[in-house]
Write a new protein. Structure first.
Length: 94
């Protein structure tokens, strides 16, 4: 009981709850959700195009990686990971 009172009194609980609420607010930001959805669609379409082609140029791979990184930075989950792995397994054109 004393430990619980010490934690509550120290403000740690408030800081933890504030951090959780900030994370949830950020995750649900409509602009970020929209951008994340657009990037996922782009990654899926572009990845499919490259996979069907069977190879990728270094410039295409760089553009693909930048879109994937932006998607992940916006809180993107694992939906793009399989396509990312497949694209990185393609033969690189010289």
């Amino acid at each position: 009981m004393e430990i619980a009172l010490a934690i509550i009194g120290s403000g740690i609980l408030t800081k933890v709850l504030d951090a959780v609420l900030d994370y949830l607010r950020e995750r649900k930001n409509p602009m970020k959700v929209g951008m994340r959805m657009c990037l996922l669609k782009h990654i899926q379409d572009y990845g499919k195009e490259l996979i069907e082609k069977g190879s990728v140029t270094q410039q295409q791979l760089k553009a693909f990686d930048e879109a994937y990184k932006a998607y992940k930075d916006l809180g993107g989950d694992g939906f793009a990971d399989k396509i990312y792995s497949e694209v990185h397994g393609l033969r690189i054109e010289l």
